[in-house]
Design a protein. Structure first.
Length: 78
């Protein structure tokens, strides 16, 4: 699965709109949409937020190995 599709998967897992999810990264909804469809590359800020805030497993994100989330993935605090 492509990284953009994985980002969308994470967003849907947390039941967030593109606008809500984009706010966590400090980007626009349009930029998030471009990430999800593969028109924009993932940057460090997005990667760091996915791993730290959303508990995304980097091995899953980049290599399709292991589970999508590490422990306590349901513990997102806004």
């Amino acid at each position: 699965m492509q990284i953009g599709k994985k980002i969308k998967y994470v967003r849907k897992h947390y039941k967030l709109s593109q606008e809500e999810f984009a706010a966590y990264f400090g980007i626009s909804q349009r930029s998030l949409s471009a990430l999800e469809i593969g028109e924009r590359r993932i940057d460090f800020n997005v990667l760091n937020t996915l791993v730290q805030k959303f508990q995304v497993n980097p091995m899953w994100l980049f290599f399709d190995e292991e589970e999508p989330f590490v422990e306590n993935a349901e513990c997102l605090e806004r």
